[in-house]
Design a protein around this ligand. Structure first.
Ligand SMILES: [Zn+2]
Length: 376
């Protein structure tokens, strides 16, 4: 076990990379997918089960935790890892993005943002300094700089103005974070889908210096084509020897495309959220377990999947527990989805290490194009 935070790049294949992020709480194999534990829980999953799916790290949301149960309370109870019984690394976001998307009555200034809680209407203030303090109280292993993420589409002028404020906030985040051995601070590149602004943002972040770099401001409604065309150049502006994190992505084909373009880390609520709405992700695409075609089907969701939902239960049973609104429905489908995502990441890591990513990606798309197995 290492006492410091570091990144080892083991192999590349085209722009794609595989390596290991070392932290005092354990290694993170990259490319990595981080399940989202919004309110100190990955919904419908025991932390032990999340680990069993193969996740090396999960994400916690500053916005949710600062409002309830509060960062100070979690600190008094020994920090987020002990509080939620997750001993592996945790990355926390800065709260900025969710203030924009969830809270009411926001008032933004150079200093920070004042907002009303979506839980009880109480007033709160977030700034780079306060965000660093909250993430320190939580005990986060990877801390994200506080930034603003403008919704797309936006004018270049609006994106530029927002990006430059985020870069000033990045410097304030760096100053407030201080020197914390074993903990990492990631800067967040902004600039929308504008190449010059992305380059300017990356240069500003490199000047400040971070332990890792996120590509922010994507997966906010621009669509996959624009996201990929931005990822064709944006990761290349960032230092090669540091991890690159694409925030809030995504569907399995988004993940594969991002990894092909040099992304090392991703997070998304999709596998867990889909699991609660009867949607399963498999090697052959999306399966809607609500569909009546599964009612009498004794076959597993995916005969090649080794998760408990596929090993021990039929499509007919998964359909039934969903229809009956049983809690087990969310548990089983979420487990399967997270297992599928982690298996996809393992496949990508192995393929990059073996120098056969193109082959892997071709097979990934071919299987999905076939679609779900024929109904009985
Ligand atoms: Zn499964």
């Amino acid at each position: 076990m290492t006492e410091t935070f570091s990144f080892t790049l083991n192999a590349t294949d085209g722009a794609a990379r595989t390596g290991v992020i070392h932290t005092p709480r354990g290694d993170i194999r990259t490319p990595a997918f981080m399940p989202v534990g919004t309110a100190a829980t990955v919904k419908a999953m025991m932390p032990e089960s999340v680990a069993a799916t193969g996740a090396d790290i999960l994400l916690g949301n500053t916005y949710h935790l600062m409002l309830r149960p509060t960062a100070e309370r979690i600190a008094n109870l020994g920090g987020l890892h002990r509080f939620m019984n997750w001993n592996k690394p945790i990355l926390t976001d800065s709260g900025g993005f969710q203030v924009m998307s969830l809270s009411d009555l926001r008032k933004m200034s150079e200093e920070g943002v004042t907002f009303a809680s979506h839980v009880d209407g109480s007033r709160h203030f977030l700034s780079p300094e306060r965000s660093m303090e909250i993430q320190r109280l939580l005990g986060s292993d990877i801390v994200m700089a506080f930034d603003e993420c403008p919704a797309l589409p936006a004018t270049d002028e609006a994106v530029a103005r927002s990006m430059r404020m985020s870069m000033r906030w990045a410097q304030r985040s760096r100053d407030a974070f201080g020197d914390r051995p074993g903990h990492a601070l990631f800067g967040i590149m902004q600039g929308g889908t504008n190449r010059e602004l992305r380059e300017e943002s990356a240069e500003a972040l490199r000047q400040i210096g971070f332990d890792g770099y996120a590509v922010g401001g994507l997966a906010v409604g621009e669509g996959q084509e624009l996201m990929f065309s931005t990822l064709d150049y944006a990761p290349g502006f960032l230092p090669e020897d540091k991890p690159r994190y694409l925030m809030g992505v995504g569907k399995p084909d988004d993940i594969v495309g991002a990894v092909e373009r040099g992304i090392d880390m991703m997070d998304c609520v999709l596998p867990s959220r889909s699991g609660r709405t009867g949607q399963a992700w498999t090697r052959r695409g999306q399966v809607n377990i609500k569909n009546a075609r599964h009612m009498d089907d004794p076959r597993p969701l995916d005969e090649h999947c080794s998760c408990p939902a596929c090993r021990n239960y039929s499509r007919a049973y998964l359909h039934h527990v969903f229809k009956a609104q049983e809690i087990l429905s969310a548990m089983l489908l979420t487990w399967h989805n997270l297992h599928y995502y982690q298996e996809l990441m393992q496949g990508l890591r192995d393929a990059i290490a073996a120098g056969r990513l193109n082959e892997f990606v071709a097979q990934f798309h071919a299987l999905r194009a076939e679609g779900d197995i024929e109904p009985l």
